[in-house]
Design a protein around this ligand. Structure first.
Ligand code: ADP
Ligand code: ZN
Length: 294
C-alpha cells in the first residue's frame, strides 16, 4: 500500500479546496475562499505545513494556465479577468514554499486524470471529461495522457448551430453564443429568467439544453474519437438530462461513426463521472503521486 503523503489543491475561481492524503485517502482537508493570490496561496500552504511533512503536491487549477513545458512561466496563470491573478506563478509558489516536487494541470485536466486512474475512465486510452456548471470545461485525455497543445484546449468556446426559435444572444464576453455562452448554468438562468436548478418542471428548457450539449458532444466525437465521454457538473444534476443528451447525440450522429463503440450502447459512451464534485481534488492527488515518481 502507498503510505506516502500528498498535498492536493483544487484551485477554483471562488474557493480553494486543500487536502492532505495518505496514498489516495484524504486525511485532512479545508476550504479557503479565493481572494488575493498571496492570501489564498499563503493560507493553502499554511494548512499543508500545519499538517506535517508531505512528499509531493498536485494542483488542479482554474485556467488559463501556461502549460508549455519549455516556457519560463510554466505553471503560471496567464491572462485572467480574475483581479490580481494574471501571471501568478501558482506551481512555483507551491513548489518553492513547500520544497517538494509538485505538478499542475488545468482543473478539468486534473479531474480527467483522477477519473482515469480511479474512476469512470479506468482502462481507457482516449476519453473526454466534461463539467457543465458555472462554465463549460472539458479535459481531453488522448493516448494515455491529458492533452495539451500550445497551452490547453478551450473546448467550451466552440461554435454551435442555433436552434430555430431560440433568440438568446449568449453571455460569453468573447463570443456571445459559443457553447459556454449558450449552455452553461448562468446562460440557462439568463435565458429562462430563473436559476437553472429551479427549472426542473420546464421540459422545453432541458430539450433545448440537451440539443446544444449533443451538438458539442457530436463535434468532440468527430474531432477526437474518444472511447467515452464523462459528462458531469452542476447542470448535469438535472434529472433525466443525461438521457436526453444521449438520445439526441445518437440522432445527430445518425449512424455515422468510425468505430463500433457508439453502435454498442450510448449508456457506456456518455457516462457520469465517478467522483462528482470531488473530481478536481482527487485529480490533484493523482498529480501529486505522479510528481513524486518523476
Ligand atoms: P462550478 O462550475 O462553479 O464548479 P457546479 O458544477 O456546481 O459549479 O455548477 C453550478 C451550476 O449548476 C449553477 O449554474 C447551478 O444553477 C447549476 N445547477 C446546480 N444544480 C442543478 C440542477 N439540479 N439542475 C440544473 N442546474 C443545476
Ligand atoms: Zn466563448
Amino acid at each position: 500500500m502507498n503510505e506516502q503523503h500528498y498535498a492536493a489543491i483544487e484551485a477554483g475561481g471562488t474557493k480553494f479546496r486543500v487536502a492532505v492524503a495518505r496514498g489516495r485517502d484524504i486525511v485532512a482537508d479545508t476550504t479557503i475562499p479565493t481572494t488575493a493570490p498571496d492570501e489564498t496561496l499563503g493560507a493553502a500552504i499554511d494548512f499543508i505545513r500545519s499538517w506535517g511533512d508531505v512528499d509531493a503536491a498536485g494542483i488542479a487549477c482554474f485556467g488559463p494556465l501556461d502549460l508549455e513545458p519549455t516556457s519560463p512561466s510554466y505553471g503560471s496563470v496567464t491572462q485572467t479577468p480574475k483581479p490580481g491573478w494574471s501571471n501568478v506563478p501558482v506551481l512555483d509558489a507551491v513548489r518553492s514554499e513547500l520544497g517538494i516536487p509538485a505538478a499542475i494541470e488545468v482543473d478539468v485536466g486534473g479531474a480527467a486524470l483522477g477519473e482515469w486512474r480511479w474512476g469512470a475512465a479506468q482502462g481507457l486510452r482516449h476519453f473526454i471529461y466534461i463539467t457543465v456548471g458555472t462554465g463549460f470545461g472539458a479535459g481531453l485525455f488522448i493516448d494515455g495522457k491529458v492533452h495539451h497543445g500550445m497551452g490547453h484546449p478551450e473546448m467550451g468556446h466552440i461554435a454551435l448551430e442555433r436552434v430555430p426559435g431560440d433568440d438568446y444572444p449568449g453571455n460569453c464576453p468573447f463570443h456571445g453564443a459559443c457553447l459556454e455562452g449558450m449552455a452553461a448554468g448562468p446562460a440557462i438562468g439568463d435565458r429562462w429568467g430563473a436559476p437553472s436548478a429551479e427549472l426542473g418542471n420546464r421540459p422545453e428548457v432541458w430539450n433545448l439544453e440537451a440539443t446544444y450539449l449533443a451538438q458539442a458532444l457530436r463535434t468532440f466525437t468527430y474531432v477526437a474519437a474518444p472511447e467515452r465521454i464523462l459528462l458531469g457538473g452542476g447542470v448535469m444534476q438535472q434529472d433525466g438530462l443525461i438521457d436526453l443528451v444521449r438520445s439526441k447525440l445518437v440522432n445527430q450522429l445518425n449512424g455515422y461513426t468510425t468505430h463500433d463503440l457508439l453502435r454498442g450502447s450510448v449508456e457506456d459512451y456518455v457516462v457520469a463521472p465517478a467522483f462528482g464534485q470531488d473530481a478536481g481534488l482527487i485529480g490533484a492527488i493523482a498529480l501529486a503521486m505522479d510528481a513524486a515518481e518523476s
